[in-house]
Design a protein around this ligand. Structure first.
Ligand SMILES: [Zn+2]
Length: 311
């Protein structure tokens, strides 16, 4: 029974997750409520006590998955856009001191990758890349049950590989990153721009609505969906060419509407120098609590049985 803390751009969720990934309790708060560090971490501590009370179990360990740049081994927060007040602060040390239990921290893409690898669609796979497509694109790489870490323990940002250097500018400074082209908001923005040009009136559909319109037979929406599959496919093809993983698991809100066979067709159109058919594409399977479950898995990865059997 481990507590997970999922820190995202819009909300912070806290819950107790059992050893089979079942969520026993869940409480959440808007991220804006926790922007000032001292008050914010006190709020998280209260949520942990509440989650423990609701589940009827004591707190024995805490795993944290957080958006943005974090330092897993010191426990410190780096430069997180929506959390400037947390930069240089150390929630790992502070929660350890508060509760007298072990606490582990990872980037949320890595956390969800660990969750899917241990308990979800990637269970039993030795090389797994997890991709989450939301307002951005993030993810993590899990090799034989353990997170891949780069130089200086760096977390690779798979959403920021460039797909089309002449395209839209990305938040990172480059143009045409995977994240700038293949997220739901990117798809909706393209559709709305085209629709406004054609109709001479503003269009403000969401990605979900564009998918629905495409299903209803709208030609422009169909084009937007084809474009989405194409860009998702290009990014997946790059991951396959570079890594040849056993499986790529795709999660995030937009993936509910994406057809993986369309993504696979793009892969097949260009990955002919690698045995791409050996990389299975799968939808994430842990559902709407995936991030919370992944956060709890961070603790297992660092301190649990899987950590003891490492290397
Ligand atoms: Zn970028």
């Amino acid at each position: 029974m481990i507590a997970g803390v999922d820190i995202g751009g819009t909300k912070i969720a806290v819950g107790i997750v059992d050893d089979d990934s079942k969520v026993l309790s869940r409480v959440e708060t808007p991220t804006t409520e926790c922007g000032v560090y001292n008050a914010g971490i006190a709020h998280v501590a209260r949520m942990l006590r509440e989650a423990s009370r609701l589940a009827g179990v004591p707190l024995t360990g805490v795993g944290i998955g957080s958006t943005g740049w974090v330092y897993p081994f010191t426990g410190e927060f780096g430069d997180v856009d929506f959390f400037p007040g947390w930069k240089g602060c150390n929630p790992v040390k502070d929660l350890q001191r508060e509760f007298g239990i072990t606490v582990a921290l990872e980037n949320d893409g890595d956390a969800s990758a660990l969750g899917e690898a241990a308990w979800g669609a990637g269970k039993g796979k030795s090389q797994l890349i997890y991709v989450t497509v939301g307002t951005g694109i993030g993810g993590g790489i899990v090799l034989n049950g353990h997170l891949y870490r780069g130089a200086d323990q760096g977390h690779p940002e798979i959403g920021h590989h460039v797909i089309d250097a002449s395209a839209t500018r990305c938040t990172c400074g480059f143009r045409g990153c995977w994240e700038a082209l293949a997220t739901g908001p990117a798809m909706a923005a393209w559709y709305n721009e085209q629709a406004a040009t054609q109709a001479g009136a503003p269009s403000q559909l969401t990605a979900k609505q564009v998918f629905e319109k495409a299903c209803a037979g709208d030609a422009l929406a169909r084009k937007a969906v084809d474009r989405e599959h194409y860009y998702l496919g290009l990014g997946v093809a790059n991951l396959i060419n570079l890594w040849m993983p056993e499986m790529i698991v795709l999660g995030g809100s937009i993936m509910k509407s994406v057809q993986l066979d369309e993504v696979a067709k793009v892969v097949a159109s260009g990955c002919r120098f690698v045995p791409y058919q050996s990389t299975k594409l799968a939808h994430a399977s842990l559902g709407e609590n995936a991030n919370l479950i992944g956060a709890a898995r961070v603790w297992h990865h660092r301190f649990g049985e899987s950590a003891r059997t490492a290397s």
